[in-house]
Ligand binder design. Structure first.
Ligand code: HEM
Length: 396
C-alpha cells in the first residue's frame, strides 16, 4: 500500500514565503516525507533523509531536465543548459572530472596566503570606522577582490557578475516579477558574461584558461569549454556573497558564538560549516523523475518535478538537535547546503576558503559585531539573499 501524499497549499515562490522561507519549513517537514504543492504542480521533500536520498539517486531524480521549475523536455531553457548542473551522466561524468581537475584544492592552497592578506587589509579598514553595510563593503567586496582573478577574468565590467547571478538563480523559479525584473535589469550583464567566457578574454594561468587547455587536450570541445567557464561565473559569486553575509548575520544574532570563536580560533572551519547549514543560502533545487519513484513508501510518477528544500533539510530536527540555533561547536558536516552526490558543489572549497579568510581576518581584530540597523532581504527564487546588513565592528 502506497502512503498517501498530502497536499499543501503553499507557493514557495510567493514573495511572503521568500521573505521568510524558514517559517514554512516546519509545515513542509511535518506534513510528510513527500508532499504535493498544487499551486506549482510539483512534489516536494523537506526532511533531511529524503532530500539526501533523492540527491543521491541521480538516475531517478535527474538534473538534465533542469534543476528549476521548467522541464527542459517541454520548455525551452532561458539559456543553453549548464554542462554540469543541468547534465546527467555520462556527459556529467566527463565535464565534472575535467572541472574537478581545474578547481583543485592544491591550486587553492597556494593562493590562500594572498587571499588572507586581502581579507586582513579589508577588515582592518572596516574595524572601528562606525556603522557600515556589511553586504557591499565586506560580503560582496571580498569575493569580488579574489574570485574574478582566480578565474582570470578581464578587469572591466566585473560589476556585472552579481546581477548575472541574480538572473540565473531567479530563473530556477517561475517567470514571476522577480525573474522578469532581474532579466530586464541585467541584459548588459548577460552579454558581458557571454563575452568574458571566450578564450581571448581570459588571462593565462586562470581557471578559465585551464578549461580551454583541457579542450586543447581533447577533454571537451572549445564550445563546451566556453559553457563550462560560464558555470564558474554563474555559480561562484552570488552564492559566496550571500554565504559570507549569512555567516556575519549568524554572528550578529548569536553574539556568544562570536566570543566562542575568538576564544578558540581553531573552530573557524566548524563555524563556516555551521553557517552553511544554518544560513540556507541555496534554499532549493528541483529534480525531474526519469521513472516512477518510490520514497518513504510514497509513489511519485515519472516526469514529475520534485522540489528539494535543502535549507529545510539542514534544519530538520530529525537530523539536528536544536536546529534553528547557530552553534559553532556543532558537527555540521552532513548538511546539504552544497547539495549531495554527483552534483555536490564544485566550488565548495572556494566558498569555504573565502569565508575562512574573512572570519580569520576578523577574529584577532573584532571584539564584537554590533547590529547597526535592520537586516534587509533581497528576494530571490533560489537564494536566501541579504540586501543590507548594517553592522559596526568594535575593535579588539
Ligand atoms: C556558499 C557558497 C555556495 C553554495 C551554498 C553552493 C551551493 C551549491 C549547491 C547546493 C549545489 C548543488 C546543485 C544541485 O545538486 O543541483 C552546487 C553545485 C555547483 N556549484 Fe556551488 N555553491 C557555492 C559556491 C560555489 C562556487 C564558489 C562555485 C565556483 C567556483 C560553485 C560552482 C558550482 C557548480 C559548477 C555546481 C554544479 C556542479 C555539478 O552539477 O556537478 N559553487 N552549489
Amino acid at each position: 500500500m502506497a502512503t498517501a501524499i498530502p497536499s499543501l497549499d503553499l507557493d514557495p515562490f510567493d514573495p511572503v514565503v521568500l521573505a521568510d522561507p524558514f517559517a514554512s519549513h516546519t509545515g513542509l517537514r511535518e506534513a510528510g516525507p513527500v508532499v504535493f504543492l498544487p499551486r506549482i504542480g510539483c512534489f516536494a521533500m523537506a526532511r533531511h533523509a529524503e532530500v539526501q536520498a533523492a540527491l543521491k539517486d541521480f538516475e531517478t531524480y535527474v538534473s538534465g531536465r533542469g534543476v528549476g521549475l521548467a522541464d527542459f523536455s517541454r520548455e525551452e531553457p532561458w539559456r543553453p543548459p549548464s554542462l554540469l548542473l543541468e547534465a546527467d551522466p555520462p556527459l556529467h561524468d566527463r565535464t565534472r572530472n575535467l572541472m574537478n581537475r581545474v578547481a583543485s584544492l592544491a591550486s587553492l592552497r597556494k593562493i590562500m596566503p594572498e587571499w588572507q592578506a586581502k581579507a586582513d587589509a579589508l577588515v582592518a579598514r572596516l574595524v572601528g570606522q562606525g556603522p557600515f553595510d556589511a553586504v557591499p563593503e565586506l560580503a560582496e567586496a571580498f569575493p569580488l577582490s579574489v574570485f574574478p582573478d582566480l578565474i582570470g577574468l578581464r578587469k572591466a565590467g566585473r560589476e556585472h557578475l552579481i546581477p548575472y547571478g541574480t538572473i540565473a538563480f531567479n530563473a530556477f523559479g517561475p517567470r514571476n516579477a522577480l525573474l522578469v525584473e532581474a532579466m530586464e535589469a541585467a541584459q548588459a550583464a548577460t552579454a558581458w558574461v557571454a563575452e568574458s567566457c571566450k578564450r581571448e578574454n581570459l588571462r593565462p594561468g586562470g581557471w578559465g584558461m585551464q578549461v580551454y587547455e583541457a579542450a586543447d587536450r581533447g577533454e571537451c570541445t572549445q564550445a563546451e569549454a566556453e559553457r563550462l567557464v560560464r558555470s564558474f561565473l554563474t555559480a561562484g559569486v552570488d552564492t559566496t556573497v550571500n554565504g559570507i553575509a549569512a555567516a556575519l548575520h549568524a554572528f550578529v544574532q548569536f553574539p556568544d558564538e562570536w566570543q566562542r570563536l575568538r576564544a578558540d580560533p581553531s573552530l573557524v572551519k566548524r563555524a563556516v560549516e555551521e553557517s552553511l547549514r544554518w544560513g540556507g543560502t541555496v534554499q532549493t533545487f528541483f529534480r525531474t523523475t526519469s521513472r516512477a519513484a518510490e520514497i518513504a513508501g510514497c509513489h511519485i510518477p515519472e516526469g514529475s518535478k520534485v522540489l528539494l528544500f535543502l535549507a529545510a533539510a539542514n534544519r530538520d530536527p530529525r537530523r539536528w538537535e536544536d536546529p534553528d540555533r547557530f552553534a559553532i561547536t556543532r558537527q555540521a558536516s552532513g548538511h546539504v547546503g552544497f547539495g549531495f552526490g554527483i552534483h555536490q558543489c564544485l566550488g565548495q572549497m572556494v566558498a569555504r576558503m573565502e569565508a575562512e579568510a574573512v572570519l580569520g581576518a576578523m577574529i584577532p581584530r573584532v571584539a564584537e559585531i554590533r547590529e547597526a540597523g535592520p537586516v534587509r532581504r533581497r528576494l530571490n527564487n533560489t537564494l536566501h539573499a541579504i540586501d543590507a546588513l548594517p553592522v559596526e565592528l568594535v575593535p579588539a
